[in-house]
Structure formats: structure tokens, C-alpha cells
Design a protein around this ligand. Structure first.
Ligand SMILES: [Zn+2]
Length: 308
């Protein structure tokens, strides 16, 4: 009997909805399962999707209707998978729902073709940085990169001269997920120290940069504070903390309360800001929102970012 094939469009849709690292699998509901009366959804999650260890193929099989199929990736897509594989130890945390995926741990190696020369960035990369208020001098200062191979912006974090973690940010809508984070789980955070007594906690790298002329900042990359990051903040003896998350859902609101409670144990005044991410706001709005002025802290106060 001829094996029954899943239609190509359906496999492509599932791949888009459930991006996997090489070797990973996921069981989901088969949306148009022929074994369900009327071709409805099989809600028992009997559709198994697996990405091969070499990253080149997605394999599908529904254990209810028996339909199956395979989807081969383009060389560029497969290459990204292999790169992720290189850094992976097999552990995976799921996306927390704000577009920040954290999945890889292990040694931190930037994509081989990462360039730090702004002129070599793609137009989309420049546009994305520009929209986040990041001018070329800041790109240089923070040593932000671009990988032509991945077509993603590369956001590295150095501490004490060592690359501790990095993120890549997609530039095309059909490239998912939005952010990918690499490095040991406890090391995934950015702390920009400028000598301020105020610390602002934000979600993303660009927002941390944008806040830093007005206060010290931490980018959480998720909505939680790692133990390492908390210890570092305690050590800095801040007078005031501001939690600034784009709290568009109940998950983030809950995380916000947790952060506030945690910080409140160590820092006198903890406020939180209800607003979109700082990277989308003007400098004036950021300053007004924080209730501080950029005077003694200037861009020159940025830490020197070490080159490799
Ligand atoms: Zn089925």
C-alpha cells in the first residue's frame, strides 16, 4: 500500500510553528487528521515531528491516521541548525512567550562569519538597529555584530574580557524564533555599568543600551533574573531599581511581581514602569519615564568593550 503523505503546505506550517533544533522532537495535535470524523483536529497530540540529527530534514508522522512525510531544509536553514547543535548540550527551555527563546547551553562561540563592521551589515540589520535607536557609534561601542550566513544581528555579552553569552536576532519575519540565546543559563544577561545608583531591568539588549545614558541597566533576555545576575546587582549596592518590562500579558505581569519582590529584599526603592520597551522610545521619554536626567553619566562612561 502506498504510504499516505501529509501535504507540503501542512508540513511547512508545522515547521514554522514548531522550530526544532537538530535531534529534537515534539508531539502536537494533527489539525486536519483524516482519521478524525470530518477531517477535524486530533487533540491527543499524536502528530510527531522530529528534526534529524544532522539538521537537514523535518520528519512528520501522525500515529492516529498514519500520514507521514519529510521536509528538507535549504542549506542556509540547515546550517543554522548545525550551528545551534554545536553549542547545545541537549537541554532546552521553552520560549516564555515574549519572543525570547532560550535553548542552547555550553561553550559560547560566535557564528564564524560574524562581522563587527557596520558597513558590512545588511540593510535590514541597519534598519532594525536604527529603529531601536542604536547609532553606528553604539554598534561599535558594544561590539554588536552581524552574521551574513544567518542573516541575523549578533548581540554578544562580554564580562571580564570573556564572551559569556550572545543572542542572535532575526531580521526576516519568516525566520523564527525572534531571538536565540547561547551560553550557560546562568550567564545569559547583560549588565551595563555606568556608575549610577539606579539600576533599570529591561528585557532586551537594545533597551539596555538605550537606558544606559540615564542609569545602569540589565537586560534579562527573558523575564527572570538569574542567580548570578542577582548576586552581581546586590554587590553593586544600588539605591533604586526600576523594573521595565513590556508587560503585555499575564505571564509578564507575574514575572514583574516576582522580580520586584526579589529586588525589594536588597534594594530600598523598587519601582516598575508600565510601558513598551525603551528601545522604541525617544531619549526624552526614557528620561522622563525614569525621572532622571542624563547629566553626569555620558556615553563616555560606557565600559570599554574588549575585542576578541
Ligand atoms: Zn492524523
Amino acid at each position: 500500500m502506498r504510504p499516505r503523505r501529509l501535504p507540503m503546505w501542512e508540513m511547512q506550517r508545522y515547521k514554522q510553528l514548531h522550530p526544532l533544533q537538530p535531534g529534537e522532537r515534539v508531539d502536537i495535535a494533527h489539525k486536519h487528521c483524516p482519521a478524525v470524523m470530518g477531517g477535524g483536529e486530533d487533540k491527543k497530540k499524536r502528530l510527531n515531528i522530529r528534526r534529524t540529527d544532522d539538521g537537514t530534514t523535518y520528519l512528520f508522522r501522525c500515529n492516529h491516521c498514519g500520514y507521514s512525510g519529510g521536509l528538507h531544509l535549504s542549506p542556509a536553514q540547515a546550517a543554522e541548525g548545525r550551528r545551534g547543535r554545536l553549542n547545545a548540550t541537549g537541554r532546552r527551555n521553552h520560549n516564555v512567550g515574549n519572543g525570547h527563546a532560550n535553548r542552547t547551553t555550553g561553550p559560547c562561540i560566535l557564528p564564524k562569519d560574524t562581522t563587527f563592521h557596520y558597513q558590512a551589515f545588511s540593510a535590514r540589520a541597519k534598519h532594525w538597529l536604527h529603529r531601536g535607536g542604536i547609532v553606528p557609534t553604539l554598534v561599535q561601542k558594544f561590539k554588536l555584530g552581524y552574521s551574513p550566513d544567518l542573516d541575523r544581528v549578533v548581540l554578544p555579552v562580554w564580562r571580564e574580557g570573556e564572551l559569556k553569552c550572545y543572542q542572535t536576532r532575526r531580521l526576516k519575519d519568516d525566520d523564527s524564533p525572534k531571538y536565540l540565546s547561547y551560553g550557560a543559563a546562568n550567564e545569559k544577561w547583560l549588565h551595563i555599568k555606568t556608575g549610577s545608583k539606579v539600576i533599570v531591568l529591561v528585557e532586551d539588549y537594545l533597551s539596555a543600551i538605550r537606558v544606559s545614558p540615564y542609569a545602569d541597566s540589565v537586560a534579562l533576555f527573558t523575564t527572570s533574573l538569574t542567580t548570578n545576575a542577582l548576586n552581581e546587582l546586590i554587590g553593586c549596592q544600588y539605591d533604586r531599581a526600576v523594573v521595565w518590562l513590556d508587560n503585555d500579558n499575564s505571564h509578564v505581569k507575574r514575572k514583574e511581581r516576582e522580580l520586584k519582590a526579589k529586588l525589594g529584599l536588597y534594594i530600598n526603592q523598587v519601582d516598575y514602569v508600565q510601558s513598551i520597551d525603551p528601545k522604541l522610545l525617544s531619549d526624552e521619554t526614557i528620561a522622563t519615564t525614569l525621572g532622571v536626567v542624563a547629566n553626569d553619566v555620558t556615553l563616555d562612561a560606557f565600559p570599554v568593550i574588549l575585542t576578541e
